[in-house]
Design a protein around this ligand. Structure first.
Ligand code: AMP
Length: 396
């Protein structure tokens, strides 16, 4: 069966077509500037990329263009859209009700619409992407795979915030957690490697957005992102966790309204806010090398917060079998991995510096030092494949 995986953003639509018999990606690409002017990049392994600029009015126009390219005699990889057996949709937020990957019908769409208030950035484009794909491909199943659903196993003590309980009841303010599909993917990979179905694993998804998750036996017990992806470790432009009073104090002092304050915390903080240079870890490290003290501080803060969360999760799980790094920074940046793992020997984490720094970028590498109690890995994430697997399982 062939599965199309779709990830719709506000002005973009990413896609990958999988052949589930082989696990191969047949084609993938990105529609950009939807609703503005429109552009597409279409890739097929081993072949030249195709790029074009074409007006894309909305997500429906984008998915129509994707299907026409997938079926194109020269640029395509299938002869007809009927070859697509099902469509998997990446959905950031499944709320409290969509606790596992699900076929999306009217009831599910209604529920997704009802939680837009707590997911204002990612909810509307995801819904629009699903509706567009359903209208263009009405005869196949459309499956939603939710970033939050991996966290449905967390206990109340991990997801209820210590604020008046009525606010949880009234507004569903709680920890949801994000990047769940990525954490689930790398956690499963490492459990397969360890051959331990009860393994205690900490997965560090460190990219432009970053989150850390503790899992026991493949079930999440805690995670650093919370009600929104704003909580946890500092990120490219997001602050991560703060004393809540910092927020109200800044609002009063700077005369900011809630939206302006959210913008400050979401888009002007983190690596960018501290370094004043860039949200991109590579740029910040280059600036540090050139003598920027604030860039050095930004990197120190990043590493400091990550270490604190790793330590707290080991305490929560009363042990650790494996530590995993994934996403842009986690997969590629041996220096950051080294800094995080330095002085974690008390927890049993010790890495082989040479193997770590020599690890080929973006490849699965075990970086454990010989004799260390905890095994440490860099594992490339593959959220799209995970979405395809869930979709396949619900479509057979
Ligand atoms: P992501 O959000 O997963 O795409 O990750 C983006 C982050 O990964 C940025 O901070 C990049 O600086 C970082 N990153 C991506 N590639 C590399 C690389 N080859 N070496 C170091 N950092 C990288």
């Amino acid at each position: 069966m062939k599965i199309l995986v779709v990830n719709a953003g506000s002005s973009s639509l990413k896609y990958q077509l999988f052949d589930m018999d082989t696990g191969d990606v047949l084609a993938k690409g990105l529609c950009e500037r939807i609703g503005i002017d429109g552009a597409i990049t279409h890739k097929r392994p081993g072949k030249e990329n195709y790029k074009s600029e074409a007006p894309l009015k909305d997500h429906k126009a984008a998915i129509e263009l994707v299907l026409s390219l997938l079926c194109d005699p020269d640029l395509g990889v299938i002869s007809s859209a009927d070859e697509i057996g099902a469509v998997g949709h990446r959905v950031a937020h499944g709320g409290e009700k969509l606790r596992q990957s699900s076929v999306i019908g009217e009831k599910e769409l209604e529920y997704l619409e009802s939680i837009v208030e707590i997911n204002p950035l990612h909810g509307p484009p995801a819904i629009s992407g699903i509706k567009a794909c359903q209208s263009v491909m009405p005869n196949v199943k459309h499956v939603g795979v939710f970033d939050t659903s991996y966290y449905s196993t967390m206990e109340e003590k991990a997801y209820i915030y210590p604020i008046p309980y009525e606010l949880y009841e009234k507004y569903k303010i709680r920890r949801y957690g994000f990047h769940g599909t990525s954490h689930r993917y790398v956690c499963q990979k490492v459990m397969d490697i360890l051959g331990n179905k009860d393994a205690k694993v900490i997965t560090c998804h460190l990219g432009n957005g970053s989150s850390i998750t503790a899992s026991v036996g493949g079930r999440a017990v805690d995670t650093s992102m919370g009600f929104t992806p704003q909580e946890g470790v500092p990120m490219g432009t997001r602050s991560g966790s703060l004393d809540p009073t910092v927020v109200t104090y800044i609002m009063k002092k700077e005369g900011l309204n809630p939206e302006e304050m959210e913008k400050l915390l979401n888009s002007k903080s983190g690596l960018l806010g501290v370094s004043g240079v860039s949200s991109d870890c590579r740029d910040v490290m280059i600036a540090e090398g050139e003598g920027s003290k604030r860039s050095a501080l930004a990197m120190e803060i990043l590493v400091h917060y990550i270490k604190k969360i790793i330590g707290s999760y080991v305490a929560e799980m009363n042990g650790l079998d494996a530590l995993v790094f994934t996403a842009g920074i986690g997969e590629n940046d041996g220096v950051v991995r080294e800094l995080i793992c330095k002085d974690l020997s008390y927890l049993g984490v010790e890495i082989d510096s040479e193997v770590n720094l020599g690890a080929k970028r973006g490849t699965q590498t075990e970086i454990t030092k010989a004799g260390a109690k905890v095994r440490t890995f860099a594992i490339p994430t593959d959220e799209e494949y995970m979405i395809a697997l869930d979709t396949y399982a619900l479509s057979k």
